[in-house]
Design a protein around this ligand. Structure first.
Ligand code: MN
Length: 496
């Protein structure tokens, strides 16, 4: 999993020279207390670093410059304890390359009714100081997150913590390297896309590597290492009859373990954050990677099938955002429907590659034939996913821009035995209802592949879309098709 504590946010407080040393000393003291409070909070996934109060255009420019080049700084939290005339912020904001959260708070929670005087008023001015700051960011057309409330309120901490997770994913994407083994599945439209535009927009690169180069790594894995991984499989999963040690198909399990180790070393050696492959290009491989891809996802790598590099990158982004939270994130595909009017359901799955981080119980490790790909039977983890609220996220290329689509869903417990279904599966009900949710997804051009999350919400994805400047379309309990179609029309104009 990705360790978010390696990342830091900078707590930057704006002021000016007008107030004298005593007031500025108090401003710094208060800012330090709030910064420390965030840093010490168990809910906060990243470190919070206090920065000296900035009081001039030059100081603001310098701190933005420092933030830009500090490798572990993922974003800036800005607060105007006093008034900080915002023309001073223009030069700094012009060069700012990190996401910004505008914390609209106040050191004291309550007005001290009996003691309030003009000294108090001069010190505690964020109610209008933050509006001046907000104005310049709007005037400069800068996306940011505004969080309002007293800094000790649980909701404020929650909002800031949530934003840091998204900022971490944004940071992780910049310079992130993804491998595409082979090309897209032939003739498929939605998995295509402009990799140059993606790198300009999101900062990650997607480059091809020959499957033969992966096969060469797989073939170098020692028998001892394969044995150790088999032991790990035994301890983590129920191994089905036939593939256990000494049984007739155990060699297939060893082949799968060897493939997993090859993938692992290939990704580690290339410093890659994710990959995609296709069953149409497996030259030299014995099996389509099943358990290997499932476990690479569980380890935090991005993955999607059939050359779908956009979904692979989204899965990685969700893995970073959700790091350390209960629940998981996975590559997903809307597979088949249950059109019972009393109980409409989508069955989500893939031919093999669903991440065990979303499993409701211990997965079973099984081998079954696979009708496509023309290779030996692949080993895979089979399980039911947990019930509960979730989101499906799709990143699509609209030709002139990217669009991120979210559908809020409610996963339900899988109560049927499904004895002949040889893959991991999820059952969910899309919001606002089956007919509207599916129609909205189709009108919006959403892919059949998604990144599925149990531990993130639409709020995370909304912030991510804003940080990257990408269109967001949300399908939730309030969606009406007429309104959504208008939104899509207006977006066309907005992004022209
Ligand atoms: Mn697929």
């Amino acid at each position: 999993m990705v360790d978010l504590k390696q990342f830091e946010i900078w707590f930057v407080t704006g002021s000016q020279d007008l107030y004298g040393d005593e007031t500025l000393r108090k401003v710094a003291e208060h800012a330090q207390i709030i910064s420390q409070y965030f840093n010490d909070a168990s809910e906060m996934p990243v470190r919070t670093v206090f920065k000296p109060v900035v009081k001039s255009s030059g100081e603001i420019f310098n701190i933005m410059q420092d933030a830009n080049v500090t490798a572990n700084c993922i974003g800036i939290v800005a607060w105007m304890h006093t008034f900080s005339p915002a023309k001073m912020w223009i030069r700094g904001l012009q060069i700012m390359q990190k996401p910004l959260l505008h914390l609209h708070t106040q050191y004291n929670r309550d007005i001290p009714w009996a003691d309030i005087d003009m000294d108090f008023m001069n010190l505690n001015q964020s109610a209008h100081g933050d509006r001046e700051f907000g104005h310049i960011m709007t005037r400069m057309r800068l996306n940011r997150k505004v969080v309002v409330g007293h800094w000790q309120q649980a909701q404020v901490m929650n909002d800031v913590a949530q934003w840091t997770r998204v900022a971490a994913a944004r940071h992780d994407m910049k310079g992130g390297k993804f491998v595409r083994f082979g090309d897209n599945m032939r003739e498929v439209a939605v998995t295509e896309g402009d990799k140059v535009a993606a790198e300009m927009t999101f900062g990650f690169s997607v480059n091809t590597h020959a499957v033969g180069d992966l096969v060469a790594v797989i073939n170098q894995i020692s028998d001892e290492e394969v044995g150790r991984l088999i032991d790990e499989y035994q301890s983590q999963y129920e191994l089905s009859a036939g593939i256990r040690k000494g049984e007739e198909r155990h060699d297939a399990l060893r082949d799968a373990a060897r493939i997993e180790l090859g993938l692992k070393y290939f990704l580690e050696n290339g410093n890659f954050k994710g990959y995609t492959n296709t069953f149409e290009d497996l030259h030299g491989m014995k099996q389509l990677p099943g358990i290997g891809s499932q476990r690479m996802m569980a380890a935090g790598y991005g993955y999607a099938g059939e050359g779908d590099w956009k979904t692979s990158a989204m899965v990685r982004a969700l893995k970073v955002m959700g790091s350390g939270l209960p629940g998981g994130n996975s590559f997903m595909e809307d597979y088949t429907y249950h059109f019972d009017p009393a109980n409409n359901l989508v069955l989500g799955s893939h031919m093999l590659e669903i991440c065990p981080s979303i499993a409701a119980a211990k997965p079973s490790c099984e081998i079954h034939p696979l009708g496509i790909g023309g290779k030996e039977d692949p080993v895979r983890l089979v399980f039911n996913a947990s019930a509960g609220p979730a989101i499906n996220v799709s990143l699509v290329d609209m030709g002139n821009r990217f669009r991120i689509l979210v559908n809020e869903v409610e996963a339900v417990a899988v109560t049927e035995a499904l004895p002949k279904l040889p893959v991991a599966r999820v059952l969910w009900k899309p919001a606002p209802d089956m007919a509207t949710g599916c129609a909205a997804w189709i009108y919006a051009g959403g892919a059949h592949h998604t990144a599925y999350s149990q531990n993130l919400t639409t709020d995370h994805i909304e912030m991510f879309a804003e940080m990257t400047g990408v269109e967001l379309v949300v399908i939730d309990k309030n969606t009406s098709l007429r309104q959504l179609k208008n939104e899509l029309r207006w977006s066309e104009a907005s992004y022209k």
